[in-house]
Write a protein that binds this ligand. Structure first.
Ligand code: GDP
Ligand code: IMO
Ligand code: MG
Length: 428
């Protein structure tokens, strides 16, 4: 049995939560494989709205198993808050939320180091969500980290104290940075007790057993491919591999087991935080996209930077991920635009290119746009591709041709069922 993957092809916030929540009904297991509480995945159904940070977006589908994989970094405090929200709405998760023992823990001091080092960067700052992601992955690769399985060890406190001492040493580099560790630490240890009550598993055995039993597994990406630690707009990236290959490391499955790779893109483009964004519109049109799309961060509330869709960027991430099917979201946000721009190439250092330049952070990159007619029609109630105005269906067909990948689903609103299904994604 293969494991299908859903991930973002831009700089995050493509609508992964909504699409995973919708498709989850066809699967038995949904698993997060990387990232942590920097993610904010929004789900809307039955008049309710939920934002998930650590818990997979399959949690609201009854009987479905959800796994937080070893590649994820977990802040027990955020996790506890998320669990409380599930309790409030009566969503029972106790026997179907599993956590990999090898997932790393975010300590309060990881968050402090994140905040202090970002502040010290001044204008060069990455625009991190300040959730401690970078420092936690640094400790993982530096072989200092604490893992979920460690909480059951009789030496857990000792291991914690060692890491804490190392962090306090590092924080001395930022004497102006103020923090109240004792208070935060007490809350953290209370949350560890909640974490202990969840079902801890050896994630790699767990997921492979599920696959062997013929269970259908969906891997849910966080962030977007342009934030990938290797292939994103480095150093303005996150600290994990957000691309398909991250599924193998982040869950413990072999590349042979990967089935469909479903890539999600908005009908335009956004980015939150610093770093290059070739098609960013620093004008009234960008502002209009932000307003129409409600483009404010689900995790931090920050306004998202907005711009037109970027074909070279998408072709790059489709290549990296081996995308087999595309989902386009938020097409309804373009309803009232007279014209819609799409970048087909870049002018970079005097040459025309359709590739992402290595030194994209250093030069001035100028997109070459093609303008398309808008449709001036409300798309939010549409359920049928043939019912779309010609300008909208032409826009979709144009993208499909340029991206050389079929667009299987078009999302026309934030609600679970606001979708146009073109070819049903068949789960085998
Ligand atoms: P994620 O991080 O990829 O899960 O995306 P976010 O939840 O951070 O941001 C996507 C936002 O767009 C959320 O507010 C969603 O409710 C909303 N959304 C998702 N799909 C659509 C859509 O097709 N149309 C509109 N208007 N909003 C959508
Ligand atoms: P979802 O899963 C959008 C961005 C931050 C910052 C950079 C590094 O909701 O799509 P980090 O906290 O990882 O050190 O931040 O990455 N970023 C996201 N942007 N969506 C996300 O997640 C993001 N997670 C991190 O804004 O620029
Ligand atoms: Mg998000």
């Amino acid at each position: 049995m293969a494991i299908d993957v859903i991930l973002g092809l831009q700089w995050g916030d493509e609508g992964k939560g909504k699409i995973v929540d919708y498709l989850a009904s066809q699967y038995d297991v949904v698993a997060r494989f990387q990232g942590g509480p920097n993610a904010g995945h929004t789900l809307k159904f039955d008049g309710q709205k939920f934002v998930l940070h650590t818990i997979p977006s399959g949690i609201f589908r009854k009987n479905l198993i959800n796994l937080i994989g070893n590649g994820v970094v977990i802040d027990p405090i955020t996790l506890e808050k998320e669990l409380k929200k599930l309790d409030e709405v009566g969503t029972d998760y106790k026997d179907r939320l599993f956590i990999a023992n090898k997932a790393h823990l975010i300590l309060p001091t990881h968050r402090y180091i994140d905040a202090a080092s970002e502040a010290a960067k001044g204008v060069e700052k990455i625009g991190s969500t300040l959730k401690g992601i970078g420092p936690t992955y640094m400790d993982k690769t530096g072989r200092n980290g604490l893992r979920v399985g460690d909480v059951f060890s009789p030496n857990f406190r000792e291991k914690y104290e060692l890491l804490r001492a190392k962090h306090l040493g590092l924080l001395k580099l930022y004497p102006e940075f103020d923090f109240n560790l004792e208070k935060e630490e007490a809350v953290w240890f209370e949350s560890i007790e909640v974490l202990k009550k969840l079902i801890n598993v050896d994630g790699e055995y767990f997921i492979n057993d599920q696959l062997k039993q013929g269970k259908k597994v969906l891997a849910e990406g966080a962030q977007g491919s342009m934030l990938d630690i290797d292939f994103g707009t480095y150093p303005f990236v996150t600290s994990s591999n957000t691309v398909t290959s991250g599924v193998c490391n982040g869950l413990g499955v072999s590349p042979h087991q990967i089935g469909e790779v479903i890539g999600i893109t908005k009908a335009y483009c956004t980015r939150v935080g610093g770093g290059p964004f070739p098609t960013e519109l620093l004008n009234a049109t960008g502002e209009r996209l932000r307003e129409a799309g409600g483009e404010f961060g689900a995790t931090t509330g920050r306004p998202r930077r907005c711009g037109w869709l970027d074909i070279p960027q998408l072709r790059y991430t489709i290549m990296l991920n081996g995308v087999t099917k595309l989902v386009i979201t938020k097409i309804d946000v373009l309803d009232e635009f007279e014209e819609i721009g799409v970048s087909l190439a870049y002018r970079y250092n005097g040459t025309l290119t359709d590739r992402m330049p290595f030194d994209i952070c250093d030069g001035v990159i100028e997109p070459v746009y093609e303008m398309h007619a808008g449709w001036n029609t409300v798309l939010s109630g549409k359920t049928d591709f043939d019912g779309l105005p010609e300008a909208a269906s032409n826009y979709v067909k144009f993208l499909e041709e340029k991206l050389e990948t079929p667009i299987s689903i078009i999302s026309v609103g934030p609600e679970r069922e606001q979708l146009i299904l073109r070819d049903i994604i068949e789960v085998v």
